[in-house]
Design a protein around this ligand. Structure first.
Ligand SMILES: [Zn+2]
Length: 123
């Protein structure tokens, strides 16, 4: 679940506000809705709970709902160090850390072990 960064409520959808011109046809009697043409002035994504504009870019919204990226402190045994990695899962974090160490691993001809611990993010 994704949380709104403003009101901290869990949200599954955003309201997308798009500006433009709505076209109707009118025969003197009835209006018929025809089309909507965006003018690209406004294309905002708002939290349905607090109405704050959170994003202006669809890609950011996609990332937001994927949004499981966490920060991990990966403890490497050799060379002994802790690497900060962004990843979605513990396995991914450990793999990424080992890849970052790649060259050193080859030089020392040792198999490094990694242990990732999720960092607490204070809100
Ligand atoms: Zn909100």
């Amino acid at each position: 679940m994704s949380k709104c960064p403003e009101c901290k409520k869990e949200i599954t959808k955003l309201n997308n506000f798009v500006s433009g011109e709505k076209i109707f046809s009118f025969d003197g009697d009835n209006y018929d809705e025809r089309d909507f043409i965006e003018d690209s002035k406004t294309n905002d994504y708002e939290c349905p709970e607090c109405k704050e504009v959170l994003f202006k870019d669809e890609e950011e919204v996609v990332e937001f709902f994927k949004g499981k990226t966490k920060i991990w402190d990966v403890d490497i045994d050799y060379p002994s160090e802790i690497i900060e990695v962004e990843a979605e899962t513990k396995e991914e974090a450990e793999e990424k850390a080992l890849q970052m160490l790649g060259e050193q691993t080859i030089i020392c001809e040792k198999v490094c072990r990694a242990e990732a611990v999720e960092r607490e993010i204070k809100e």
